[in-house]
Design a binder for this molecule. Structure first.
Ligand code: ADP
Ligand code: ASP
Ligand code: MG
Length: 451
């Protein structure tokens, strides 16, 4: 057997949930992979569409001794196996382990993220097993692997794990020891494993990140994210149906857009690619001929519009006000130490002499953070807010863009509560009431992108 050398695998192809949702799509994916064999692919797959949601529902139902979601999961996978004419008992062990765990949880009532990750990971374990087995029946030399068994080792921050400092090294070592260079590895997305062999996830949408970790570790020449749209658009096409595709983007632009709500990429996807300067492509499984979006280190935009893209992210605004801040130093440090204590990241921040206003994306720990902040300041929180994120076209003057945004928001009577713009900025953040966010995005798109 010939084991892998660095450089043996040239592309990583990641297929998302909708790309592997049923037998027809798995057949499509198989043909896309077959047409790339000369580029020596590594394949990373998500759970079939909707299965992760059902697994999380199954955990909730386990507390009431209900198995409805589990039965739906079983039915959907059995149908796919049957439609692909694979052996009936292909995932029997996985299904019975899942059912036993859910049944036992009625007595154990485990609510922590360790069990949540273990159960949520069944989706990827089942889909990768089915896809590898189907590919084999069509003559491809595919083999299923759990990402964690190929060196994707993380810390034990279940639900939102981080890779270890030596994960890339572990991946390279595992590939050398376990992967024949004639095989096509079909690897679980979503997360990895701890050193103790426990499943961990990178939170929802984490399979994109898994793909780019493998790409960077193995020095691939390209990371391909195959999904249900033809690339990154100027806005989520579900919000603005005539959003335009952006053909070329810079790493920094794509990562900010993803971080501020464009679900098409997991926010961390680009990080490993940036470090290794590997281009990332976003491609459409439903239209494989489309060139999609290419994300590279640096790029010149052909677009002639003032702004390139818009996205929306949840926000809770926290206002911290104190006259003690006047003319003192170390105050911000004290405030931020409280956010660090709760491992809470801050998305947007503006300051005046006596006020810091910032946003976080969920109410988790907001109560505790507010209580702690009250020891040093007066604190107010505002719920039901959204950040409207505006990715600017670097060719245009920022002031011109800001004045257009304010003119348009005034015309449609939307109040902007917070504005964030850096010195050398590629983007502008606006906080508005939840109810106004879609209206503002649609109008900005119409006036600043469509015309
Ligand atoms: P997958 O299951 O393949 O990972 P996702 O549902 O996670 O797919 O991401 C694809 C979806 O992202 C699209 O269907 C689209 O609605 C949404 N999306 C959000 N913002 C954008 C954007 N700017 N461009 C393209 N798609 C976007
Ligand atoms: N299956 C996981 C989810 O639905 C991971 C992924 O698809 O990227 O979030
Ligand atoms: Mg996704």
């Amino acid at each position: 057997m010939l084991f892998v050398e660095l450089g043996d695998f040239m592309i990583v192809m990641k297929f998302g949930g909708s790309s592997v949702r049923d037998a027809e799509m798995i057949k499509k994916v198989t043909e896309i992979v077959r047409s790339s064999l000369d580029r020596k692919p590594i394949v990373v797959v998500s759970a079939c569409q909707g299965i992760t949601d059902l697994l999380l529902k199954a955990i909730d139902e386990s507390f009431q001794n209900k198995l409805d979601a589990y039965l739906e999961i079983e039915k959907r996978h059995r149908k796919i196996i049957n439609d692909l004419k694979l052996k009936e008992n292909l995932i029997e062990d996985l299904l019975s382990e899942l059912k036993n765990l859910l049944t036992a949880n009625y007595f154990i009532k485990e609510k922590g993220n360790r069990l949540r990750d273990h159960i949520a990971f069944f989706g990827e374990r089942m889909s990768s097993t089915i896809i590898a087995e189907y590919m084999k029946t069509t003559g491809l030399n595919a083999k299923q692997f759990d990402s964690g068994d190929l060196g994707l080792i993380t810390d034990d921050n279940f639900g939102n794990a981080s890779i270890m400092h030596n994960t890339y090294e572990l991946i390279r070592k595992a590939f050398k020891e376990k992967v024949n260079n004639q095989t096509i590895p079909i690897i679980t997305g979503f997360g990895g494993k701890t050193l103790n062999n426990e499943y961990t996830t990178f939170d929802r949408g984490g399979s994109d990140y898994v793909a780019s970790i493998f790409g960077a570790a193995l020095n691939a020449e390209e990371i391909q994210i195959w999904t249900d749209v033809s690339g990154i658009y100027s806005c989520d096409p579900r919000i603005v149906p005539n959003a335009k595709k952006i053909e070329l983007m810079a790493f920094e632009e794509a990562s900010e857009l993803a971080y501020f709500g464009a679900k098409v990429l997991h926010p961390k996807t680009i990080l490993p690619a940036i470090e290794s300067k590997i281009p990332v492509k976003v491609l459409n499984t439903f239209d494989p001929e489309d060139k999609g979006t290419t994300i590279v280190d640096k790029c010149e935009h052909n677009e002639t519009t003032k702004i390139l893209a818009l996205s929306i992210k949840n926000a809770i605004v926290i206002e911290v006000k104190s006259t003690r801040m006047l003319d003192t130093y170390g105050y911000l440090e004290k405030a931020f130490a409280i956010f660090s204590k709760y491992k809470k990241s801050v998305d947007m921040i503006t300051t005046s002499e006596i006020t810091i206003t910032l946003t976080v994306d969920s109410d988790k720990f907001v109560k505790q953070i507010s209580e702690d902040l009250k020891q040093i300041a007066n604190v107010k929180t505002y719920g039901n807010q959204k950040i409207v994120y505006v990715l600017c076209n670097p060719k245009f003057d920022k002031n011109e863009i800001v004045s257009s945004i304010f003119r348009i928001s005034q015309e449609i009577k939307v109040n902007i509560h917070m504005l964030s713009m850096c010195y050398d900025t590629i983007s502008i953040g606006l906080v508005v009431d939840d109810k106004d966010s879609v209206k503002l995005v649609k109008e900005l798109h119409k006036k600043l992108i469509e015309t």
